[in-house]
Ligand binder design. Structure first.
Ligand code: GAR
Length: 219
């Protein structure tokens, strides 16, 4: 049984999707804890109501990143994680924290990396005139929003989209892709080879979400 620790900062809808998939698909894993860096993170209530241990390590209580990350690692390690899952965890992490979880920490980022690291990714995609956009699950490395790619989801950008509409379309794919990628890790199917991730046995490490027919836009 593998121990998963999920870190959130807010809503926690990706965490919810992972918790539900872990239960419904009977993974060989348990969600050992959900940890937030904000006491008001809405996702904490969902986790607690599902009998999952919760903890808050409030970054505002620490003078600098290094001391926050050290305290956070201590709480995480108390749950003996096989995998740390960043699910909308909105903190830049120090190199020593990332190194400590090397090869056993995943993140989801709402863009097709390496395009649009950082914040306001949906607006960045709109401003750049992209015709497709999406999300990426990757292993975490010290460089922000960078690391070996486990899976990517792609959605169309529609005329008239604003950042909120695009974010909603991408989020729907995140809820399918992130649990799938975490399950691959739990099943021991992911191998790292430099910047590349291989999945054995192979299956598509992408998700194309195209409802343009339904939206009346034609093929
Ligand atoms: C998700 O869209 C996730 O991709 C993004 O925050 C949202 C969290 O939603 N993550 C980042 O921007 C990380 N840089 P959730 O709390 O409902 O899962």
């Amino acid at each position: 049984m593998k121990n998963l620790v999920i870190l959130i900062s807010g809503r926690g809808s990706n965490m919810e999707a992972i918790v539900r998939a872990c239960a419904h698909e009977a993974w060989g894993a348990r969600i050992a804890a959900v940890i937030a860096n904000r006491p008001d993170a809405a996702g904490l209530a969902f986790a607690a109501s599902h009998g999952i241990a919760t903890a808050v390590v409030d970054h505002r209580q620490f003078p600098d990143r290094a001391s926050f990350d050290a305290a956070l690692a201590q709480v995480i390690d108390g749950y003996a994680p096989d995998l740390v899952v960043l699910a909308g965890f909105m903190r830049v992490l120090t190199e020593s924290f990332v190194d400590h979880y090397s090869g056993r920490m995943l993140n989801i980022h709402p863009s097709l990396l390496p395009m649009f690291p950082g914040l306001k990714t949906h607006q960045q995609a709109l401003d750049a005139g992209c015709r497709v956009h999406g999300a990426t699950v990757h292993f975490v490395t010290p460089a922000l929003d960078h690391g070996p790619i486990v899976a990517q989801s792609v959605v169309p950008v529609r005329t008239g989209d604003d950042a909120a509409a695009l974010a909603a379309r991408v989020l729907e794919t995140e809820h399918v892709m992130y649990p799938r990628a975490v399950r691959w890790f739990v099943e021991g199917r992911l191998a790292l080879d430099g910047e590349r991730v291989t999945l054995t046995p192979a299956e598509p490490q992408w998700l194309f979400f195209d409802d343009s027919q339904a939206a009346g836009e034609g093929a």
